[in-house]
Design a protein around this ligand. Structure first.
Ligand SMILES: C[S@@+](CC[C@H](N)C(=O)[O-])C[C@H]1O[C@@H](n2cnc3c(N)ncnc32)[C@H](O)[C@@H]1O
Length: 204
């Protein structure tokens, strides 16, 4: 995909994902989409297959899910707690499929990420700083439980990860850093992306 502008990519996908929506609670952070230019970078590095199951925790208006489905035809799931933002994702699903057959591979859930029951097939998890460390720990614990019940190779993608997420995951889990994408600007505090995976021989 060429370096199209934010607006042009929304138009190409027939979705509306721009803007910011603030949050009323301290634990849940605001809506803001991952820039398409950075999605392009990460999904040039990580190529999904059509039978991969990708989950965005705090999926907002669905940008990352639609982009992944568009590129790879994978199964994609979005979990979103804000009803208004979830409704936007549902509207986007209608317009995304308006000129093509709905293959039922895009699904959004209106629920808190920490309450979402991870399925045995889901294998790629994406986080763009959706919530506080308290909630992040609960979600990571749910991923670890799911791996105990259904051992499988997984990938966790952290976008612009806050230091609390990185310290927690490196100090309190056996997930290992597989790769990363640096921020171009060296004064930036965060990497653009951190990519982690699990060692199947170790309990996460
Ligand atoms: C920074 S936005 C990221 C949106 C999208 N993942 C993207 O990268 O384009 C974070 C989203 O997480 C949602 N969120 C915050 N806390 C949540 C929670 N506990 N469970 C599910 N979604 C949550 C917010 O409403 C917001 O839409």
């Amino acid at each position: 995909m060429k370096n199209l502008s934010e607006k042009k990519l929304d138009k190409l996908l027939k979705i509306k994902t721009a803007g910011v929506r603030s949050s009323k609670t301290k634990q849940n952070y605001r809506y803001e989409a991952t820039p398409y230019n950075d999605l392009k970078l990460i999904f040039e590095k990580i190529k999904l297959k059509s039978d991969d199951h990708f989950l965005d925790f705090g999926s907002g208006k669905g940008r990352v899910c639609f982009y992944v489905h568009y590129l790879f035809n994978s199964f994609v799931y979005g979990v979103e707690a804000n009803p208004l933002t979830f409704d936007d994702a549902i509207q986007n699903t209608k317009s995304y499929y308006s000129n093509k057959q709905n293959d039922q591979k895009v699904t959004f859930f209106l629920t808190r990420a920490e309450d979402y029951q991870i399925t045995s097939q889901q294998n790629i998890f994406f986080f763009f700083n959706p919530f506080s460390l308290v909630v992040f720990k609960k979600v990571i614990t749910n991923i670890k439980k799911s791996l105990k019940v259904f051992p499988r190779k997984i990938i966790i993608i952290l976008a612009y990860p806050i230091v609390e997420y990185v310290s927690y995951i490196l100090e309190h889990t056996t997930f290992i850093v597989k790769d990363y994408i640096d921020a171009k600007d060296k004064t930036e505090k965060h990497n653009k992306f951190l990519i982690l995976t699990n060692n199947l021989k170790k309990i996460p």
